[in-house]
Design a protein around this ligand. Sequence first.
Ligand code: TRP
Length: 370
Amino acid sequence: MSEATKSGADTVADSMSDGSLRASQRRSDAIEADIPKNPQRYRLLTGDRPTGRLHIGHYFGSIANRVRLQNAGVSAMLVIADYQVIYDRDDVGAIRENVFSGIADYLASGIDPVRTTIFTHSAVPALNQLLLPFLSLVTESELRRNPTVKDEMEHAGGRAMSGLMLTFPVHQAADILFCKANLVPVGKDQLPHIEITRLIARRFDERYGRAAPQSPVFPQADALLSASSAILGLDGGKMSKSRRNTIEIGMSADETAALIKKAKTDSDRRITFDPESRPEVSNLVLLTSLATGQTPQDVAERIGDGGGGGLKRACTEALNDYFAPIRARRAELVADPGYLRDVLHAGNQRANEVAGATLGEVRAAMGMDY
Ligand code: TRP
């Protein structure tokens, strides 16, 4: 048996059992409780693929949480995953525009570029070089079984899988491990990424004699599982830029109003929060709740018999009020492209320093420090 497949219980597919999910949830809860006391124990990494504009699903689902953790004192790295854009498409799209629009969204939302290092894959060669030793630590069949790869395939519309798609979980492990992140905020569906990252970290240190009681090169990363319920698109489907059912962070108040006006609802005038049987209505209630800080039940009660029209008015007002200051800051940032470039260049420089140091340790562990 090869070393990479040594322990069956170690494989990504096995690790996604119910027990493992519960264990991940327990670790996540314990970390959430520890963060206010010991923020300096954590190094966080998250990221987004710059395939389009960021929307309010990104904002409420992850960006707001990143800002919260950053402000709690957790040191954070934010990868704009530009090399991930091409794992399932033939061209990079409006890559430059998407990257800088994303940076403006982050900063306007409260990401502080001093406390959070914002960088792009393509500018950090040492990060990408980690992919080579890491690829030797996983088998082809483990990659094929990865639930996220399978899921991405299903959304690929039948096109053949690229080698980059097959190996992107390993690249993502490099994102996490280059900066020795021990904390990755994700939804449950992203847990396989964390599992493969833990596996690669463990195998690297075992193979190169750095496992405990030696000093391991890599930490074991934990998922910080997000509690927030999934936000749907305005048509009731998954909110996604490719489905054109999103409200972008950077849209105007009028554009927001027009989109919500066309959102799907139902004919029952009594507004309730019941995501199972009234997904579209409940989604507008949820958005209103997130933007006002009221519970979904209170929002529904307040609108009462106001029907879809009343709900849409409340939702539009809540979102536009909430995003008004963010959008105003965003407009100022977009008007200063030189500043956005400086932020990215400084982030890339910092990421290169971190990646260079880690690659140095990897070379030393492998006996390649000539
Ligand atoms: N795949 C993530 C997304 O589609 C972005 C990402 C890249 C990421 N590298 C990461 C997320 C590492 C968490 C950890 O949004």
